[in-house]
Design a protein around this ligand. Sequence first.
Ligand SMILES: Nc1ncnc2c1ncn2[C@@H]1O[C@H](COP(=O)(O)OP(=O)(O)OP(=O)(O)O)[C@@H](O)[C@H]1O
Ligand SMILES: [Mg+2]
Length: 286
Amino acid sequence: MAPAVHLGSGKVRELYALDDERLLLVATDRISTFDVVLPTEIPDKGRVLTGLSAFWFARTRSICPNHLLAVRSDGRSTECRRLEMLPIECVVRGYLTGSGWKDYVATGSTSGHALPPGLVESQELPEPIFTPATKATTGHDENIDAETAVELVGADRFREVERIALALYRFASAHAHERGIIIADTKFEFGLDPDGVLVLADEALTPDSSRFWPMDGYRPGQAQPSFDKQFVRDYCESLGWDKTDPGPELPENVVAGTRERYIEAFALLTGIDFDAYLDNPEIVLR
Ligand SMILES: Nc1ncnc2c1ncn2[C@@H]1O[C@H](COP(=O)(O)OP(=O)(O)OP(=O)(O)O)[C@@H](O)[C@H]1O
Ligand SMILES: [Mg+2]
């Protein structure tokens, strides 16, 4: 087998070409907060992201084909189809939080969706909404309205990704609900295969691409504690760090607490013991 060629490094993933048609995506244990990669890693975080993505890929094929070909035995490497990625991030929001909430407070709407007046922070929206964003090569992604997204991908493709992203969100959200987790919002990335067929790619429905909230403890009218990065965020805030590179080292208790929360999210959502995943990653595909 020809050696894999390193194509690049994202904040979290290393990208290799296996051949012209296939990529190897390796999810590292790097953690980013406020868009800065911290110097300290969270052991097994990359395995949690890989296992959860594979779990969802295996269950959403009837909604949309995806890029997954195989999960390797290390639990963090995914062989996948090499796609031409669409230049937008496909965000779906079921709850009003983050930049959606900020936009709503400022303008009464978010990404061109007029919303009812009087909504409070973290409130469930009447219907999930599709709020695409640009893929910023540096810095923060920016919310765009439908018109701008249509300019980037075309009207037909826009309608298709909107429909599919909403269907994926509704499916995952219902599954998570049964397991005591709210998926407040999530981001999908899609690509096109050589025939122009839309394919779900990247990671899907992980704590890094989504906001997961524990259902008990959900209190509209305030910010919700997130499932996973909350320890890290709280710690960083307590330092008065200015949120620019470089980020702070994390102490052991913050690392351990964060790792536990990632693993807890995995176990709750999949119903699979994380140790069983480590023994045999293909368990999430069944
Ligand atoms: N099937 C695929 N074909 C081609 N590119 C892909 C595929 N799946 C994912 N990618 C791309 O691989 C990269 C994954 O790396 P990673 O998530 O670490 O980087 P990032 O998205 O640039 O950073 P971040 O997610 O932290 O904003 C992304 O650029 C993503 O768009
Ligand atoms: Mg990414």
